[in-house]
Design a protein around this ligand. Structure first.
Ligand code: ADP
Ligand code: ASP
Ligand code: MG
Length: 824
């Protein structure tokens, strides 16, 4: 005889008339003769019915209207799907049911309380209405053989126990045989969710119980396959509402599916599988809205897949901790503890006990926390009084995150990866449990961090791209060039490295543009122009540091001290910072200590390669030298592209002031050339390097020779340029005196480690000196170290300009991404 095939359609698959038409087409496309089709109530109906009971208990006047809304919704469906006599019959039955329900609810209103049986009875009407309607509709279409409406209460008999509903198999099987006494082709339309107990009273299989119904019928009918149809493409590697990048899992073992379902993968009811497992029936999870997708296969021996298949979370968990030296070595404490909880119907989700036996901690649903605490205080009353147990601590608002996969057994490094990903995302782990099956690692974390934790671990296992939430402050020449460079690389980074650099905010000095998803990099200029939101640094940073994204980076492309003042707070909150802004690192040492402390506190990265020499590897080189044990004796160089240009091009044939004017016209100087000529910029770079070398230098410690004549320090920029020629003569004298000794003038910064000194000023150098022969605006830095002694290490190249500076910042951004786990 032909095998039965079970199809189950969840509430979302039968939400409205269009959905029902889709379901009918799916069934008609299945040419196998014997189909058992389990349906849920139309989406939201069970919730609505249960709410009516609750309203009745509260004696609300809304009850009647609520019931009428439900009736009308089903009448509407019937009008769309049925005609003539079947429609009339359906609407009449519906009317009678609603009259019955109104009577029941009226009683509840009088008593002000509803017994479980009453609640179950009312809740079950949703499935009766959806299946009656659908079977009449499918019958009328006439494309499936023998459409029969089956009331599961005539068949499925269960007994509720502490572990939920248990099926009375013998009785149910006998009832199946008598209800389905026909042979051959048939299409059974079966009510999900509802059943009867041994006394004949109606009961349910618990919320989301239609999955269980499907599996029970699969077992009773000895079906060949069970197909659970829902609104997603299969079991996903994480809840798609929390991790939008989750992907469909091809296949799962029964055990894996069970763990995922138990730990919150809502797509499957955890009890669903037991009857199917017992008979080895494969279960498919498929999408009603995309029936061509293969879906997920759940079976005994799936084809091997990734080590970790899925990551789930359950919210609203309380963590209880029983602590006391008196428990050490005393047998039976756990027995008493869990026995007491059991006696009060409190189910424990996770247990963790350290081998010291000094404490036992366990997780339970939050709404049972108060009762559990009371139970423990009573059960261990004398131990608490005598101090053998010091405390019963209750921590509400937690979540459990579970990482599931058969492949974890015997694989090394999985736990390290979980904790590494959580650590990098700044998520604190409160308790840990790993079953000896090694199929599941569960951690208890702060509920507010659940979503961020889920995403961090998910991308940690490369189940989804590594997502970094980025906020850029200062979309000027450097910031703009950076955004353009990111735009050009985004696709490649996503493809090759699975790295998702998501710019979620751009802020200028006046306005800011925030995006919940991301600002499209290809048109960031328009997006920024169109946004009219006034700049607000606090709100900007809060937005970028979204709870649901594991990592946040602020890229500060301003030269603002005010923005830099925010760094300590951001780092302490775990926000990473990448910047070419020199203000923070050249501020007073006390501020730097605060930065360092905040970094430690928040576990955040702070990178600033582009503060010196733009994109040239200056800071990283210095760090590498120190960290590999080299000793730095001296660092010197030309650190200002502007001053390099002025002295490279000035040969004395024209006055110095006209070279300055020409450089300004070509955009080689700051708007006010004194910002370059003062040497302050070089001094800042020098102390950044000095501090990197371990020298405790303040800006005031730098011996600085400014090229701005004292007399012109206080005037306006135009006046400055107008009067500069008055100082050409002494400048020319210096040049000529250098030349007389075959030397050139260069503006050089020098750090001397032994003397702990920094000097910035105009030096006379031999023509053969490396600093005497650089191109136009090049920077050059020379490291004299123990290893690079006779022949110092030199880094040289363009040290200014938007493209190279932006590239230096970009490289830092990628470095942070790599620190956070991206495979670059
Ligand atoms: P139905 O109405 O079909 O019974 P449910 O709402 O009960 O559907 O279950 C499907 C929903 O489960 C999906 O829409 C999805 O949002 C959610 N879900 C949670 N975790 C997962 C997961 N790991 N894989 C797939 N779906 C999940
Ligand atoms: N309708 C029931 C519920 O919402 C059962 C189900 O849909 O699986 O819980
Ligand atoms: Mg469901």
């Amino acid at each position: 005889m032909d095998h039965w095939f079970v199809h189950k359609f969840g509430g979302s698959s039968v939400a409205d008339a269009a959905c029902m038409r889709r379901v009918a087409s799916i069934l008609e496309a299945d040419t196998r003769p014997r189909l058992a089709v389990v349906l849920s109530a139309c989406r939201g109906v069970t919730d609505a019915l249960l709410e009516l009971v609750q309203l009745a208990e509260q004696q609300s006047t809304e009850v009647g209207a609520g019931l009428e809304r439900l009736r009308l919704r089903h009448v509407g469906l019937a009008e769309e799907l049925l005609d003539g006599e079947p429609r009339q019959a359906y609407v009449e039955r519906l009317g009678r049911d609603c009259a019955d329900i109104a009577g029941i609810l009226h009683t509840v209103q009088l008593i002000r309380s509803a017994a479980v049986t009453v609640r179950d009875l009312v809740a079950g009407f949703g499935e009766i209405w959806s299946t009656r309607l659908f079977s009449a509709y499918l019958h009328a279409r006439g494309r499936r053989p023998r459409v029969e409406w089956i009331d599961a209460r005539d068949i499925v008999t269960v007994e509720w126990g502490p572990l939920g509903p248990g099926v009375l198999w013998e009785l149910s099987r006998t009832r199946t045989l008598s209800a389905l006494s026909f042979e051959g082709a048939a299409t059974l339309i079966i009510t999900g969710f509802i059943a009867r107990d041994a006394q004949g009273l109606q009961t349910t299989l618990g919320r989301n119980g239609s999955d269980f119904s499907a599996s029970i019928f699969g077992a009773l009918l000895e079906a060949a396959e069970i197909h659970i149809w829902t609104d997603v493409d299969g079991v996903l590697s994480a809840d798609p509402r929390l991790v939008p990048d989750s992907t469909v899992i091809d296949s799962l073992s029964y055990n894996e599916a069970m763990e995922l379902a138990y730990f919150g993968a809502k797509v499957l009811h955890p009890q669903t599988m037991a009857p199917a497992i017992a008979r080895g029936i494969p279960i498919w999870i498929r999408n009603t809205f995309a029936p061509d997708h293969t879906g997920t296969l759940i079976c005994e021996h799936p084809t091997s897949g990734p080590t970790v298949k899925g990551i789930t979370s359950i919210d609203r968990i309380a963590l209880l901790n029983l602590e006391g030296a008196g428990m050490i070595g005393v047998p039976g404490t756990a027995h008493r503890l869990f026995g007491a909880l059991r006696d009060h119907g409190i189910s424990v989700i996770l247990i963790s006990q350290g081998s010291s036996e000094h404490s036992i901690c366990f997780a339970i649903p939050e709404q049972q926390a108060g009762r559990a605490e009371q139970v423990l205080r009573v059960s261990f009353e004398s131990e608490l009084r005598q101090g053998q147990i010091q405390e019963v601590a209750v921590n509400r608002g937690c979540s459990i995150l579970a990482v599931v996969g058969d492949g974890m057994a015997g694989a090394h490094g999985v736990a390290a990866k979980v904790f590494g990903a959580l650590g990098a995302a700044g998520v604190n782990v409160r308790a840990i449990a790993q079953g000896a099956s090694e199929r599941n690692i569960s951690v208890v974390i702060d509920g507010r961090q659940a979503s961020r934790a889920l995403r961090a671990v998910h991308s940690g296992f490369y189940l989804s791209p590594h997502t970094i939430s980025i906020g850029l402050i200062g979309p000027g020449v450097v910031g703009g060039a950076l955004l353009d460079q990111m735009a050009s690389q985004a696709e490649r980074l996503m493809r090759d490295s699975h790295l998702d650099l998501r710019v979620r905010g751009v802020m200028s000095s006046r306005s800011m543009c925030l995006a919940d998803g991301e600002i499209p990099l290809s048109r960031w200029r328009e997006a920024v122009k169109e946004s009219s939101e006034p700049a607000d640094l606090t709100r900007f940073v809060e937005h970028v540091h979204a709870d649901h994204l594991p990592h946040a980076v602020i890229v500060d492309c301003t030269a603002s001290a005010e923005v830099a003042a925010g760094y300590p707070a951001w780092l302490a909150a775990g926000i990473h910072i990448v910047t070419p802004n020199k203000k923070a690192n050249s501020a007073e040492l006390a501020f730097l200590s605060r930065l360092a402390e905040a970094r430690r506190q928040g576990g955040a990265h702070y990178l600033y390669e582009a503060t010196v020499g733009a994109g040239l590897p200056v800071i990283q080189t210095l760090r590498d030298l120190r960290e590999t044990g080299d000793r730095i004796h001296r660092v010197e160089g030309i650190f200002s592209g502007t001053l390099a240009y002025l002295f490279n091009t000035w040969d004395g044939s024209v006055p110095f002031s006209s070279v300055v004017r020409a450089a300004k016209a070509q955009g080689y100087t700051e708007p006010d050339p004194r910002d370059d000529l003062s040497g302050m910029d070089v001094a800042r770079k020098l102390i950044i390097l000095g501090r990197e070398m371990g020298l405790r230098l303040e800006l005031a410690d730098v011996e600085l020779e400014s090229l701005v004549p004292d007399a012109l320090a206080g005037c306006g920029p135009d006046e400055f340029l107008a009067h500069l020629p008055e100082f050409d003569a002494p400048m020319l004298a210096r040049l000529e005196s250098a030349r007389a000794r075959s030397r050139v003038l260069r503006y050089v910064g020098t750090l001397d480690a032994a003397a702990g000194q920094a000097h910035v000023g105009l030096l006379e150098l031999e023509r053969s000196h490396p600093f005497a022969n650089i191109n136009l605006t090049d920077n050059v830095v020379r490291f004299v170290t123990s290893r690079y002694d006779q022949n110092p290490l030199i880094v040289q190249g363009p040290g200014a300009g938007p493209a190279v500076t932006a590239a230096g910042v970009f490289a830092d951004l990628l470095r942070v991404s790599a620190y956070l786990g991206a495979k670059l």
